[in-house]
Write a new protein. Sequence first.
Lengths: 481, 373
Amino acid sequence: MSERQNAGEVDERGRSKVSDVDRSLYDFVKSEEGYERYDDGLTPEIVRAISAKKGEPAWMLDMRLEALEVFHERKMADNWGPDVSGLDMDHISTYVSPQTKQARDWDDVPKDIKDTFERLGIPEAERESLAGVGAQYDSEIVYHNMREEVAKQGVVYTTIEDALQDPKWEAVVHEYFGRLIPMRDHKFAALHYAVWSGGSFVYVPEGVTLDYPLQSYFRLNASGAGQFEHTLIVVEPGADLHFIEGCSAPKYYEANLHAGAVELYVKDGARLRYSTIENWSKNMYNLNTKRATIGSDARMEWVSGSFGSHVSYLYPTTILQGDRSSCEFTGITFAGATQDLDTGCKVIINGADCTTSVDTKSISKDGGINTFRSSLVIGRHADRANASVSCSSLMLDDISRSDTIPAMDVRNRTAQVGHEATIGRISDDTVLYLMSRGCSESEARTMVVNGFANPVSKELPLEYAVEMNNLIKLEMEGAIG
Amino acid sequence: MAETIAEAPSYAAVEHVNQPPAQTWNHLRINGCSLRLPSPARKGEVLARLPRIFSQLECGIGDEAVSWVESVAGDARYVEVPQGTRRAEPIVVDVDASGFAVEDTGVMLREGSEATVVVSVRGQGGHSASLLRVIAEAGSRLHLVEVVAPGSGSTHLEGVGIEAAEGARIEARQYALGGKSLAMGFATKLGGTSSRLQLDCRYVVRDADELDVNHVVRQLGRNSRSDIVTSGFLGERAHKAMRETIDLTHGAKGARGNETETVLMGGDEVVNKTLPVILCDEDDVQGNHGASIGSVSAEQLGYLTDRGLSEEEVNDLFVRAIFDDAAIHAPEASSREAALARAEQLLGPEAARDVAEGLGLSPATTDAREVSA
């Protein structure tokens, strides 16, 4: 704990200040020397080069080239969302690769890259509590491994590039890739399909339950570069998977871009929990797209923590296609100085007797901008749908901003929808009450903020809850007051 | 009465109507609407216009719609309530929705004054609009009742813009009871310390009618307060979009904004869109929103059907309650008659007579033919 924090810094109104997220854990840079880096900008030649490097089937190259055209055609909506004018694709390299092969043993990973992931705690987490790990460094996966007993159950956890090289899985990738998030979805979906690289392909056979989660970690080390990983997960009927995604990058003064895509297919009776801790650096434009389609009696659970990025557009989408399917979204967003984070979720209910629960929290400080944006669409045939949406926003100072923009479109009279939203600050009464019980002011405020974030942190696996603590909880202790 | 243009006008779409201050995904089609309305046809006339100060007011329906109203309206009507006075007679804006009628009204409530303003819209089959702008100076009090009850064949545009200074209080009741295509915008700027808005909005949308609403409250004043309560019934193939925005701006310390909506869905093909927005640029504020959307619960329905009511009659009970409320709160004849005439169209003469008799009115007053004539 720093001396400044111990001193209990206060603002001009005598109120305790909350310090910034401590990024020292993530903010270190490794040399790019010897890396393969494609020219900045977007051209058909660059797209062809990425495809050729991966030795892809022709259909994938055709898809990339078509997506490139769509990217150039499409405009960003100009009536909503944070400003992305600082993002200039002519100054972004879409492919940067360390000159190393994918390893299955951390000892085979180049030392500086291994050191990066060691510092992020990935190998340790793998040893202790994960069924498999994929680690992406810039544009390529550098490490991929899965426990043998999981592989024996028929679970496939590999890169999409590797899956495309296997005739058995190439057909599966072809069937699912780009179907849930079409390239015409929006401008940056098109960009993604033009230059995607890395990511994960997960296939969980029917009836298989993984006792431990799989985890992919994405590290963008290069400056002025983009990361465009694609995650494709198929959970067959009755199967059960927890997938964890983490990401981080060091801070630079030029813009970086993350435009990944996540397509999740959860079949009848299956369950998928998808947990994300997003901690990109504050020069990152995070324009990520995530979408899941859920079969009958199946369940989708999202746990999402957004802490980093300069600008975020992030709205995981769930399509409850099957009858009696359900979805739970739990999210927290923390926006500090220079951040404009537009996050939330979308739920589309088409099946009968479906349930949805959305619970989000946001914290704004030091001029940070938080926007909770959601949509809930209940279709004509979604009989007896039951949905609740709750969003709470905490303002920690008077120079920050917090907006809630939830849209609902209900087309079935048998639906029951509840929605609530609150925005406010930590009330003086609450702080005084806790102080009257013997807490210091800093302890009281910390307690309130921790309690505010707790519904999300308790949903995370232990090691990620610890990471989240690194990001907000521990920072607030002693820093408030 | 409303200005009427005899010759058949040409029509054009007025775009960007009811756009909320903060928009969202365009594919949801909730960022505004457009209305097909007669094009401006006046030439060479010198018409009375409101004092320029009224042009500064945001009106909820959007700048394009305000321009359209100003370009097609006849003489604008300006009413001033002197300082410290209480105007006994309501200021009535009576709009005939059976032809083409457009009203442009400005009301200046001087410091400490009090007045009631009534907008009533009745008749059917035509195109109409009313734009009301009110400047409420410090300590003044405005009671506003809008009974917008055109028949099912009508297109109506209803705009309200209010600016409230220190300690000014706005109590508004809106009843959206009809119209094939009805767009209502309502914007209030709570600019003064401790200024206050209480808005109650009730609606009935049936058949294939469309209701599009945009409520905006800009809270700039310290300790300002807004409470918006909306509720309504959607039947058959009704289509409703409700946007509610509470904007808690920087410096509005101590401001509170609350909005709640209850929607009763009574038709198999209804479309209910809701966009409840809270914008917050200040920490020492509170903004709350709550919404409940659904149909009559199985328990309630079972209770009522056990007593001999059909499901349609159960729905009519809820609709009837809204008409009762409108008739009770209508402060003068034109608004009351607008509500009763529309009740007769939707619920039948017997129900309309019941509503009237509940108010102690003679049946003759409720004759819809007389009212709409």
